[in-house]
Every structure is written in C-alpha cells, then in structure tokens.
Design a protein around this ligand. Structure first.
Ligand SMILES: Cc1ncc(COP(=O)(O)O)c(C=O)c1O
Length: 381
C-alpha cells in the first residue's frame, strides 16, 4: 500500500466534510432546496473576495473566468497591458489576442515580480490602453505580483481597468478587492477553495460595469451580466455544477469558521516554514524577492534532474508536487501550501524531499530541513 499526498498548487486536497456533502444524492437546481445553498455560496464568496459586489459562479475551470474577464469588458481592437512573468501571465496575452484585442506585453523575468513603474510608464506612454491584466500570484513561478501598487496606478485612471487573476491568491493571502480597488477579480475552485476543479468565480467593480456597457467582444456562455441577473435570484443561466456548488457551501462555511485572518495566517506560516526548510537544506528559492504564499518554487540542486526528483517523490513516496514549466522544466519543483494544508503537510514534503534528494545522490543532512520547518511551525510564529 502507498498513501498519496497532493502537494501541488492545484488541484489541492478536498476536506472530508466537502467530499461527504458532494456525495449526497443529487438535487435539482430549479427546485427550492437549491436556493438556500446557492445563497449561502453567494454570501460566502463575498466574504472570501472581501467585496460588497456580486460574485458570480461559473461552471468551468479558472481559465473560463479569465476569458470572461476579457470578453465582458473590452471592445474589438482595444489595447490592453498584460504582465507576462510566467505561464499564466502569458495566457492573458493569448486570450486577448484570440478575441481580437491588441495585447501589449510587460515582460517580467521568471521568478521576479512586475515593477509597478514599468506599468505606470506604459500607461503614460499610451493613453489608449484600457486595461491591465495581471496575476496576483503567478503559479508557474510562485511569485506574488504587487497588485496593491498596480491598483494605486489604475485607481487614478477612470479609463483603465485592473483585472486580476486571483486563482492562487484568493483565500491564500489578504487581497481585499474593494479596499484595494481591483476592478475584476477571478478565481477557481481547485486551489485555496479546497474543491475539485470545475467552478470559477468572477466579481467586478462599478467602474468595470461601465466598461461592460460598451464591451462588444463575442460571448454567450460566459455572459457575466446575464449570470449576475440570474444569480441574484439564486438561479443560474445554465445548469450549474450542482454537486460542486453543494461542496462550495461546505468549504465556504469552513473558511468562515476559521476566518479569513486565520486562513491567511495559517498559510503564511506554512509558507515561511517551507522556505526556512529549503534554505536549511542549502537549496535556492526561485523567487526569493517576491514569494507567493500559495506555493514555494525552489531550484533543483546542480547535478540533480528535476524531472527525476519529481518522479522519485511520486513513485517512492506517493507525493505529488509540481515541476517547472517551459524554461523552468527540470530545473525547479514547486511545493504547495494553500487550501486544506497544515503543519504536517510541510513536514511530509520536506522530509520526503530530503530522502528523495539523498536517493538521487545529492548530499543532505537528514532532518536538517525538517528541523528548520519545526522551528517555524512549533513556535507558533
Ligand atoms: C494563476 C493561475 N491562473 C490560471 C490558471 C488556470 O486555471 P485552470 O487550469 O483552472 O483553467 C491557474 C491554474 O493553475 C493558475 O494557477
């Protein structure tokens, strides 16, 4: 027998109460019993997004909400900045291009956060730009981009929206949508929300409502105005992912009981412990200057093949972590600590990493990483 551990930045483990809720017999979404569940989800999502605005629930993976964040707010030919410091930033550019917008890239070296001055300068240089698209947490590089600083720039410009992919940020660290001044915020179910993949979420500001009035890009399934209207009556335009919505009510209840502050503090503590442990093992962080608390990316040491390391963790110990993509393939691994994660997920990951590295011939002092993690975790720091 081998026990398995899901320690990648999504999909993440699903707690038993949500699994049990989703295993209940199916209910019909047009019958009254669905409505209080949906209402509880809508309330819980406002708490999670820290917004007074509606948060719309979509049946799709996160990319569906990213696409909606383009098609519902822009016009054909619109110029939009996108921060490209990894695979998901790159995706903004692809979606913008696919819908006939003109993507203007702000390139960022992998492992680095965007410099807000570069965004300000690009907006100053081209007043026709109508939006800035960015990740709050770029999962492919484990970087946190400075969304608050970007919002300071876009808040001063009534004709520029700030559109944020919060797919590994919402429910990971504090990102109060209304207070920060994010115009469009999207996330998905399989990350900090501790659910299987299949739901995506979007909320948008009053300023974004004005953009919506003139948006002319083709859309049908992901028509946010239609969804908002329906969802205010606890209905959905199309058949919702009923079982996932039932699970969503369970996880949102869990988050509200822990409180957002509690969730952020727990996640931050796990992230600090992971970083400390990797440092104690003599490994270099991939994003030392702006690490996201969602997951930690670390350079695989010289002489070790990252693909082999990931495989050893999986095949010897049943542990799934993420590897690197594109230019980082085989060079980094990413260990997640978002969602349904706690002290011993970190200990497990670090202990297994020590054993896997040793097995691949890299010298490690057994327990050195675990000891450093314990310093952070045990102290309740
Ligand atoms: C930051 C970010 N954006 C977008 C996505 C894409 O979401 P999905 O795979 O759910 O479509 C992911 C998924 O890993 C992500 O981490």
């Amino acid at each position: 027998m081998k026990k398995t551990y899901l320690l990648a930045p999504g999909p993440t483990p699903v707690p038993a109460d949500a699994l049990l809720a989703m295993a209940r017999p199916a209910i019909h979404h047009r019958e009254p019993e669905f409505q209080p569940i949906f209402q509880a989800c809508r309330d819980g999502l406002q708490y999670l997004f820290q917004t007074e605005r509606d948060v719309v629930i979509l049946a799709s993976s996160g990319t569906g909400a990213m696409e909606a964040a383009v098609t519902n707010f822009l016009r054909r030919g619109d110029r939009a900045l996108y921060v490209n410091g990894g695979k998901f930033g790159e995706r903004w550019g692809k979606i913008l291009g696919a819908y006939g917008c003109q993507p203007v890239e702000i390139p960022v070296a992998w492992g680095r956060a965007v410099d807000p001055d570069a965004v300000r300068a690009a907006l100053d240089a081209d007043p026709s730009i109508r939006a800035v698209y960015v990740q709050a947490s770029e999962t492919s590089t484990a970087v946190r981009h400075p969304v608050e600083a970007l919002a300071e720039i876009t808040r001063q410009r009534p004709d520029v929206l700030l559109v944020v992919d919060g797919i590994t940020a919402v429910g990971v660290f504090d990102l109060p949508m209304d207070v920060v001044g994010i115009d469009v915020l999207v996330t998905g179910s399989q990350k900090a929300l501790m659910l299987p993949p299949g739901l995506a979420f979007a909320a948008w500001s009053e300023k974004a409502d004005r953009f919506m009035e003139t948006a002319d890009l083709p859309r049908f399934y992901f028509d946010l105005a239609t969804e908002r209207k329906k969802q205010r009556d606890n209905q959905t335009a199309w058949t919702p992912a009923v079982s996932l919505v039932v699970g969503l009510a369970a996880v949102l209840d869990r988050i509200q009981r822990e409180t957002l502050e509690g969730v952020f503090a727990r996640t931050a503590r796990l992230a600090r412990a992971t970083r400390a442990a990797l440092g104690a093992l003599g490994l270099r962080l991939f994003a030392p200057d702006a690490p996201s608390d969602a997951s930690t990316a670390v350079w695989v040491p010289d002489g070790v093949d990252g693909v082999a390391l990931k495989k050893a963790l999986r095949d010897r110990f049943g542990i799934t972590v993420a590897g690197g993509q594109d230019q980082a393939k085989g060079k980094i691994i990413r260990i997640a600590h978002l969602g349904y994660a706690d002290t011993f997920d970190v200990i497990t990951a670090i202990s297994a990493l020590e054993m896997a590295l040793a097995g691949l011939g890299h010298p490690v002092a057994p327990g050195a990483g675990v000891a450093a993690a314990q310093q952070v975790l045990g102290g309740g720091a």
